[in-house]
Structure formats: C-alpha cells, structure tokens
Write a protein that binds this ligand. Sequence first.
Ligand SMILES: [Zn+2]
Length: 79
Amino acid sequence: MPWCDSCSAHHAPTALDGGSCPQCGGVVTDNSPHAHDGVDEEKTVGQSAPWHFWIVVVALAAYLLWRLVIGIMWAIDKF
Ligand SMILES: [Zn+2]
C-alpha cells in the first residue's frame, strides 16, 4: 500500500497521481509487506508419509488382527 509521509496516510495504488500523492503531490513510498517475492520455499506438505510410519501402521494392524483372532477364539471357546 503506497504511503505518503507528508499526509501520513495510505493511498490506493490506482489513486496515485503519476507516482506522487494525489493530495499533496509529495513522494509516495510503497512499503507493502508483500512487495518481496521470496515465497519460493519448498513445501513438504504434499509428500507421503515416511517409511517408518507405515511400519507402525502395519504393526498396529497386525496387532489388532491378532487381538481379533484371540477374541474370536475366546468367543468360540465360551459357547
Ligand atoms: Zn500526501
């Protein structure tokens, strides 16, 4: 957002009078925070889970399956 030091006010970029302040004609500086384009950081969000995560998932699934077998055998033994 363009900023005028003389008026101490922000002005719309389209309202600028040839790059100078439309009210006082002074120098307008653009101090917008998104003026620098350093937003090329690599994003690792879309990557898949690491390999050890799947080991944990497989181990958990095997454990739950084993507990299910134990439970079924217990139920069969019960009746
Ligand atoms: Zn001004």
